[in-house]
Ligand binder design. Structure first.
Ligand code: FAD
Length: 440
């Protein structure tokens, strides 16, 4: 299906990036994807499959043909012996979670929203916190992609393993993914413990908490001494035995406190920045302790209705808390007024060449500003110290790095470039963002 382009301006979730493709298609089959790629190659143009636009950068921005993911959705196969599930690449993660729940299955781990497409999320190295694999790409068992020459390749540890290795986090530069196969587990219940803490206590006991709980997530309220710490532990409870928060409590926490009230505080803070420290102290004090249990994906994922811009860096785990302390020192010494909490998560080392956790245990530090705020003073003020600490920016979040200074951060960067040369020699999948982070 083809549509006239000006009817379809591509915009990302935060509203920071937009592009007008020359044409828009919604392929419903692998053959339709192959056709779009071959036409682009013959015409000397480009084609970009976008996800749901949840990347904060222009990584998914189309220059010529935009492919929408909507018709490439749904579960294709369930293998209970191998414990894998294959789904079309454009399936929203939330749909996969529900389908898996009905099958009594679950992904091991995920980030804090599930709006993204499977391909979009894996392609930029989307991660949660803790577990044996924080990143979705490290949970992949296989993938199918259409290369820049229009070839359909299936890749896994046994079939085209070199392609599988690199294409798990491929930034949309190596091919158009048409299906993804994930390792899955029996559906499991997680017990959540949310607790306000002081800075000293949270940072002082962080290593202990990470050792004791499977998934630890912390939110520091800038200009205050307060954090919200979430410790999620996998339980032996059978699905059905969980004790989720009451609907009223969920509504109060998620809709009112995290979204409506928080959105209101951000609006006030944007209008009168001098009030931000006081508002953050108010928000920090309003936090309360709560415990509940629920199916894993319901605990991991929370609704995020307040729009923002984000920069996130993965720094080596062993220096991570010192880097966080240094970020606090810089924020305290600045005249920035930051309304959004700084999020702190962990990941175990993985073997995905472009994963931000490649080859090293990592601490993730994420910084946010409201969607209508100029992020450059804040993000730009912290980025040099994150880079100095050996930091790797999230591929889907705001950063200013280029191929030249990303290469030394990734041991296998050259292997990725070689694979790009092999799979997309004519740069059918290129856009300005990829030219910046991977080169021409
Ligand atoms: C509110 C919010 C919360 C978030 N939370 C987290 C979090 O907890 N953890 C985390 O790590 N990240 C998080 N992110 C970032 C987000 O997960 C990533 O940016 C992800 O890439 C978005 O997926 P998408 O479907 O929107 O893809 P898009 O942003 O639309 O595209 C991302 C990339 O994937 C490529 N792509 C899409 N489909 C295909 C395909 N079929 N084949 C090949 N390439 C493809 C695109 O071309 C592009 O390069 C969050 C973002 C937002 C806005």
């Amino acid at each position: 299906m083809t549509a006239r382009a000006h009817d379809h301006v591509w915009r990302n979730w935060s509203g920071l990036e937009q592009a007008v493709p020359r044409q828009v298609e919604t392929p419903a089959s692998v053959a339709a994807v192959v056709d779009a790629v071959r036409r682009a190659r013959e015409d000397g143009t480009t084609v970009k499959m976008a996800g749901t636009g949840h990347s904060f950068t222009a990584i998914a921005a189309p220059e010529h043909t935009l492919l929408r993911p909507d018709a490439l959705s749904g579960v294709l196969a369930v293998d209970r012996e191998a414990m894998t599930v294959t789904a079309r690449a454009g399936t929203p993660l939330k749909d996969l979670n529900l389908a898996l729940e009905r099958l009594g299955l679950s992904l091991h781990n995920m980030g804090d929203i599930a709006e993204q497409t499977l391909a979009g999320a894996t392609s930029t190295g989307t991660h949660g916190t803790g577990g044996t694999a924080a990143g979705l790409a490290a949970q992949l068992a296989g993938l199918e992609l259409v290369t820049g020459t229009g070839e359909v390749l299936r890749a896994s540890a046994t079939e085209h393993p070199d392609v599988f290795d690199v294409a798990r986090v491929g930034l949309g530069a190596l091919g158009i993914l048409t299906s993804l196969t994930f390792h899955v587990e029996p559906l499991f219940v997680v017990e959540a413990h949310e607790q306000p803490m002081t800075w000293e206590r949270a940072l002082g006991s962080y290593d202990e908490m990470v050792a004791a709980a499977h998934h630890v997530d912390m939110y520091w309220f800038p200009h205050t001494d307060r954090l919200l710490v979430k410790q999620n532990v996998r339980t032996d409870l059978e699905p059905g035995e969980q004790r989720p928060p009451s609907r009223l409590a969920s509504w109060w926490e998620d809709e009112l406190v995290s979204n409506s009230v928080f959105g209101g505080l951000c609006r006030v803070g944007s209008r009168v920045p001098a009030l931000v420290p006081r508002l953050n102290r108010l928000a920090g004090r309003a936090l309360s302790e709560r415990r509940y249990s629920d199916l894993a994906h319901r605990v991991f994922v929370t609704p995020r209705r307040v729009r923002f811009r984000e920069m996130e860096y993965a720094v080596p785990r062993e220096v991570g808390l010192d880097v966080l302390r240094e970020c606090r020192r810089v924020i305290d010494a600045s005249d920035w007024r930051i309304a959004f909490p700084v999020e702190v998560r962990t990941a175990r080392a993985d073997d995905v060449p472009l994963s931000t956790a490649h080859g090293r245990d990592s601490l993730y530090l994420a910084f946010h500003v409201p969607a209508d705020t100029d992020h450059r003073p804040f993000f730009g003020g912290l980025e040099p110290l994150l880079r100095e600490a050996g930091g790797r920016p999230h591929w889907g979040k705001v950063h200013t790095r280029t191929a030249a200074d990303l290469a030394p951060a990734y041991e296998r960067f050259d292997d990725v470039l070689a694979m790009r040369e092999r799979l997309d020699p004519d740069r059918v999948f290129a856009n300005a963002h990829l030219r910046r982070v991977l080169g021409d």
